[in-house]
Design a protein around this ligand. Sequence first.
Ligand code: GDP
Length: 297
Amino acid sequence: MFESLSDRFSGVIGDLGKRGTLTEADVAEAMREVRLAMLDADVALPVVKDFVNKVKERSVGHEVLESISPGQAVAKIVNDALIDALGGAGAVPLNLNAVPPVPILMVGLQGSGKTTTSGKIALRLATRERKKVLLASLDTQRPAAQLQLQQLAERAGVTSLPIIPGQTPVEIAKRAMETGRSQGYDVVILDTAGRLSIDEALMEEVRQIRDVTSPAETLLVVDAMTGQDAVNTAKHFNEAIGVSGVVMTRMDGDARGGAALSMRAITGAPIKLTGSGEKLDALEEFHPERVAGRILG
Ligand code: GDP
């Protein structure tokens, strides 16, 4: 992830950082290369434009260009602009501030890694925060989906809601919350069905589930490898049902990074967690400043 972008950024910005003097033209030249690198990494055009303009504006002042090490001052400005694009300093934690059982609604397209991520979050909350977690699959579309979640729950060492064939997603959601209440669960993770593409039937189903469960978090799972499609998917989901956070999976692949850099500006939703593998412990918090550091090398 980010390899090509990082190579090109660290090249340009590293060069600036080493120079003793800088002119506006030098900055403009460097920003031309940065712009191309971002476009090649599949960053959304408005985000690229905003980024480059911001860096130029902040760099042209006398304090920067006539400072003792102007190259380093510009490198710092680029670093800060990257952090902004990635969502601002600091990881955004999961919001579990609600009366237990706290519902977490998992949404996303089929194949995005939603079910795996549900298991990962369950494991994390159960082990790190000692929460009593109930996993429930509301996916009545794919026959094997509920069994898949049951197996994941076993691997994560948490309970899954018993399967009752023939129930609708809304019925399962209500039963999950009732079970959560009557059996003293802290968190109920609701894994909804995905579709191959966004359609109104999917959104309506998710809306109904949302309305009967009032989730503290509605987490959208997207695949980093799908680039701008991931961002467009997030935009649609957010407009249709409201998304409180994004989980970006397949950060272990060779995705170019555009999705991570465009997500916040285009959708408004913060990336809260990332997936970096198939194993259940391959889930990390998203720290914009660390990612910016990786990109700048
Ligand atoms: P769903 O259809 O959205 O529920 O997707 P699944 O959870 O079934 O995941 C689809 C495939 O992606 C499975 O083979 C997962 O093991 C894999 N997967 C999920 N998250 C990641 C990740 O972060 N990295 C990698 N490499 N694979 C992942």
